[in-house]
Ligand binder design. Sequence first.
Ligand SMILES: Cc1cc2nc3c(=O)[nH]c(=O)nc-3n(C[C@H](O)[C@H](O)[C@H](O)COP(=O)(O)O)c2cc1C
Length: 197
Amino acid sequence: MAGRVIGILGSPLPEGNTAQLLDRALEGAKDAGCTVEKIVVTNLCFDACQEMFFCRDHETCVMDDDMQQLYPKVRDADSIILATPIMCMGIPGKLKSFIDRCQVFFMAKYLRKKSLVPAEKRVVRKALFICISGMKVPEVFVGAKLTVKAFFDIIDCTYWDELLVSDMDTIGDITQQPGLMDAAYDKGFALGKTLNP
Ligand SMILES: Cc1cc2nc3c(=O)[nH]c(=O)nc-3n(C[C@H](O)[C@H](O)[C@H](O)COP(=O)(O)O)c2cc1C
């Protein structure tokens, strides 16, 4: 097995449509030879960033909560799959707070000019973004993509591919859409293959 892929779930529903797509993508990465781990953000106990700026001078956050266990996972991953529904034209609040708390990576990379992510990881790691929306309206993914692209930039993870599914209010149950489930698997597999050529 080569390559550690973490899946980050932004939906509060463990069996929801977003979770189903993420699970298929992680299955694909596993079948490509990677070890996988799913992180359910809504199960974590942490507060939003309080702008205490401890991370200006330190490699972590002063707030002692579940994010302390997450920083090494984000730092050491060889690739990341982030899956989220759209909420109010952006990403869910807890996922946004998770990303805000990753300001420790921003300060290291851009202020102190010394990324927390090891050089050998920086050259390989890639991001797959999975996102679903209830509505089918123009620009429904624009806000979410801006936020997650900023996240992947600060954690030194190249935005590699995406699976954006709109109109879920009409589709209903995504498991009844084999084409979409297969697309998630295939993208996860392809991501895993980049680590196991
Ligand atoms: C609080 C909330 C806000 C939402 N806001 C939007 C929205 O702005 N645009 C949209 O297209 N869908 C919106 N949705 C619909 C979800 O994106 C959609 O139901 C999605 O399939 C939920 O995925 P999940 O069941 O995997 O969590 C919203 C849903 C919730 C619960």
